[in-house]
Design a binder for this molecule. Structure first.
Ligand code: ARG
Length: 468
């Protein structure tokens, strides 16, 4: 037996060049446990349909279980002659249970409905792994936020909030850190949405494309494999890969979300910022410069985001304009998302460890928070509370900044005379709002950076992630 799943109509075997091109066992072998589970469910369906005698059914189940044990023990391998995981496992099953019994299993199914089903089950399993890892990262961010909320005595840590990377308005560090946590929580939500959609459509029973004629029960197979329903259209069941593309999108989005935090950690760890120190176990040194401590985890996160985006783009390019139903192009759908899964599963634990062990230098970020005239908006809003129209208030606060630039000082350093010279509205009381603490405390609307709101936000974040 050559391990070929076809041959009856061919006079000769395939050329070695074709075999080499066609072979996918080097990447699809990891689907073995899923293929075996699918085969078990299929054997049960054949048995229920009266197409498999009790003894043959029992023997098939025994054989499949034996292959599963050998795989788990690292003792099951494809041959170079095997084209794909399905062919290899059929060959191995025939060796295990004999030609007559083993040769009955393929009735009523095709590799086309088989692969679509297995791939869904595989991705659903890994969606769970990735979601749990993303939640660990959210938890690390929430813990860091908690430590800088000023709830354990002390003051909440303040930092410069930025737009256009320029100082904009002071914010709480906890507020900023949680701004990275919320998108990650939405990514977990996206995985859950995706999962529910995929669960509703088990492709088993679609056959090659037109369905099966043997009275098998696709709903039963679906239930056995953890699906909530089976596909309504056998062509769609075998031809569609939007579930792969959507998975690739969510994993790419996770990479992108992580990369934005990564970029900030890289900046924060520079001498110029000096906002954080990386833990020794979560940073690297240089082979030549003895002083170096590098944020390699964050840089790799930033780099791998590109790779995750590339996997999505490549997959969409493969799918574009493919006619229905199955085409061999679809074999190209696996490597990109296997890579995305492998990439995130190794990246996320390292990234979470780095985040959890960051030491923030609150004095440094607090010192910089009011610099760069980041309290100018507070001046304008103080004037509004003195009944000055905002357009004028904005002009006056801008004039204060201009005066500071001339004098080389910060807003709170303007003298009473400087202020009065700009406008009689600018009485010395304006200085009450010219502290970063006063500024953050005043932003107390829902979602704002006032400590009281950020503490509520933290509770909300913790509750929301616990519910996922
Ligand atoms: N290995 C193929 C894939 O990954 C499944 C086999 C379908 N092959 C075929 N000739 N119909 O898509």
């Amino acid at each position: 037996n050559t391990g070929k799943l076809w041959g009856g109509r061919f006079a000769g075997g395939p050329s070695p060049e074709l075999d080499a091109l066609s072979r996918s066992t080097h990447f699809d072998w990891r689907l073995t446990p899923y293929d075996l589970a699918g085969s078990r469910a299929h054997a049960n369906a054949l048995h229920r349909a009266g197409l498999l005698a009790d003894a043959d059914h029992a023997e098939l189940l025994r054989g499949l279980a034996a292959l599963g044990e050998r795989y788990a023990a690292g003792d099951l391998h494809p041959d170079p002659s095997d084209e794909d995981v399905h062919g290899a496992l059929e060959r191995l099953l025939l060796e295990e249970v004999g030609q007559d019994v083993g040769g009955r299993l393929r009735a009523g199914r095709s590799r086309n409905d088989q692969i679509a089903t297995l791939f869904k089950v595989f991705l659903r399993d890994h969606a769970r792994v990735v979601a749990a890892q993303v939640l660990d990262l959210v938890e690390a961010l929430a813990d860091q936020a908690q430590q800088h909320l000023g709830t354990q005595g002390g003051q909440p840590t303040i930092m410069p909030g930025r737009t256009h990377l320029q100082h904009a308005q002071p914010v709480l560090l906890a507020h900023h850190l949680m701004a990275h946590a919320w998108p990650l929580l939405r990514d977990v939500d996206r995985l859950a949405d995706w999962d529910a959609r995929v669960a509703a459509d088990s492709p088993y029973g679609s056959g090659a494309l037109a369905g099966q004629s043997l009275g098998l029960d696709p709903t039963g197979v679906a239930a056995e494999l953890g699906f909530t329903g089976s596909t309504a259209n056998s062509i769609d069941g075998t031809a569609s890969r939007d579930f792969v593309a959507e998975f690739a999108f969510v994993t790419a989005q996770i990479g992108v979300d992580v990369s934005r935090l990564a970029e900030e950690v890289i900046l924060w760890a520079t001498h110029e910022f000096g906002f954080v120190t990386l833990h020794d176990s979560w940073s690297t040194g240089s082979s030549i410069m003895p002083q170096k401590k590098n944020p390699d985890i964050a840089e790799l996160a930033r780099g791998k985001a590109g790779r995750l985006v590339g996997n999505l783009a490549g997959l969409l390019a493969t799918l574009k304009a493919l006619p229905l139903a199955y085409n061999r192009d679809l074999q190209e759908d696996k490597e990109p998302v296997f890579d995305s899964v492998d990439t995130l599963e190794v990246l996320l634990p390292a990234f979470t460890g780095m985040v959890a062990t960051l030491v923030f230098h609150g004095e440094r970020s607090a010192e910089l928070a009011p610099r760069g005239f980041s309290l100018a908006t507070d001046v304008a809003e103080w004037l509004v509370r003195q009944d000055v129209p905002f357009r004028i208030a904005h002009e006056l606060a801008g004039a204060c900044v201009r005066r500071c630039e001339e004098l080389g000082c910060e807003l709170h350093e303007l003298s009473d005379d400087d202020l009065a010279a700009i406008s009689p509205h600018l009485t010395p009381e304006v200085r009450d709002v010219l502290t970063a603490e006063g500024s953050v405390a005043s932003r107390d609307g829902r979602g704002g950076t006032a400590p009281v709101r950020v503490r509520e936000q933290h509770d909300e974040l913790v509750a929301r992630s616990a519910a996922l």
